[in-house]
Write a protein that binds this ligand. Sequence first.
Ligand code: HEM
Length: 140
Amino acid sequence: MKYSWSVACEVLRIEPPLQGAFRETIRHFMYNGYSIPKGWKLYWSAHSTHKNPEFFPEPQIFDLSRFEVKGPAPYTFVPFGGGPRTCPGKEYARLEILVFMHHLVTKFKWERIIPNEQVIVNPMPRPAKGLPIRLYPHKG
Ligand code: HEM
């Protein structure tokens, strides 16, 4: 289900459920001219990395071609984090998302009851009113 997963990935890029997480530095290093001491807590942000036009041209546009061929460069698409602490639930989440999408798309047509419902972030992004929808089963 490559196409469906590209759709899910582009949603995860634009609205990563976890905005980022913390790391502790194990040695002193320089980054972009800043001196980062050993022992500091750093926050890495999936949200700002996913919106960087250097890695995702026109980042506000929903564009599935970003996930074609080689896909994003390493550590630029990080909705599940990266490195040794990468989300251990990633593959389970992928399975769940694809099974849900498969049943929704093959069994129903659906429409949003609130057409321009806002996404609020508190602390994770979610539709402000819980995304009420009307389902129409496919006939036959
Ligand atoms: C769309 C769904 C999910 C997203 C976007 C997500 C995202 C993340 C992110 C960004 C991290 C931090 C990774 C890092 O620090 O590099 C994380 C950690 C974690 N996730 Fe998920 N996750 C999802 C689903 C799940 C599920 C389904 C489970 C369990 C069944 C799970 C269990 C965990 C655990 C235990 C950690 C902590 C790992 C550690 O610190 O070693 N996640 N997740």
